[in-house]
Write a protein that binds this ligand. Structure first.
Ligand code: NI
Length: 181
C-alpha cells in the first residue's frame, strides 16, 4: 500500500496540560494543505485508539486550532442515529431548546474516567469542511452531545467542568460497583 510516511499518530494532551484550557485559534483557510495534514493526523490518531474515541478536537493533539472531528455509530448509544465522519472547522453552536438531558461522557484527555453531564437536547451547528464548503446541521440527543463536547475543547473546557454533581465522576473500571446502569 502506498502510504505517505509522513502520517503520524499524535500524542493526546491530558487534563492539566495548558493547551486544553486555551481558546483555539480560528482557521484562516479551511481548504489549505496545512489543515488537511492536521486532520489526516487527527483521523489516524483517532483510528489508532481502536474506536474508543467518537470525537477529537485539535487542541487534544496539541494544535490550538478550531478543528473538530466526530462520528456517531449506532452502537455508541441506544438513542443515537448514525452520523457519518464529520470534519468541522471554525464551528459555531446555537442552542435551540431549553430542554436538557443528562448522560455519561468520557474524554480521551481524561482517560479511564466518565461523568454525567447535562446538555441541551437540540442545537444547530455550523462551520466549514475541508473544501471550504459551509456545513449547517441541526442535531439532537447524542449527536448534539458529541458536538457540544468537542466544541467545548475549542473554548478550553473539559467535561468535568460541566458536571453539576461531581460525585458521578468515576473510573469506568469501577463502574460495576455502582447501582446505576
Ligand atoms: Ni473530549
Amino acid at each position: 500500500m502506498d502510504r505517505n510516511n509522513s502520517m503520524a499518530i499524535l500524542k493526546i494532551a491530558k487534563m492539566g496540560h495548558p493547551i486544553l484550557r486555551k481558546k483555539a485559534k480560528k482557521v484562516k483557510d479551511p481548504s489549505s494543505k496545512d489543515v488537511k495534514l492536521v486532520v489526516r493526523d487527527m483521523l489516524e490518531t483517532l483510528e489508532d485508539l481502536g474506536g474508543n474515541g467518537i470525537g477529537i478536537a485539535a487542541p487534544q493533539v496539541h494544535v490550538s486550532l478550531q478543528i473538530i472531528i466526530f462520528e456517531v455509530r449506532v452502537e455508541d448509544s441506544e438513542i443515537a442515529n448514525n452520523i457519518p465522519l464529520t470534519v468541522l472547522i471554525n464551528p459555531k453552536i446555537k442552542i435551540l431548546t431549553k430542554k436538557t438531558n443528562t448522560d455519561w461522557e468520557g474524554c480521551l484527555s481524561v482517560p479511564g474516567l466518565r461523568g454525567r453531564v447535562k446538555r441541551p437536547n437540540k442545537i444547530k451547528y455550523s462551520g466549514f469542511d475541508l473544501n471550504g464548503n459551509k456545513i449547517e446541521t441541526i442535531a439532537e440527543g447524542f449527536h448534539a452531545r458529541v458536538v457540544q463536547h468537542e466544541f467545548d475543547h475549542l473554548i478550553g473546557i473539559l467535561y468535568p467542568q460541566r458536571m453539576e454533581d461531581i460525585t458521578s465522576l468515576q473510573f469506568v473500571s469501577e463502574a460495576r460497583h455502582t447501582t446505576e446502569s
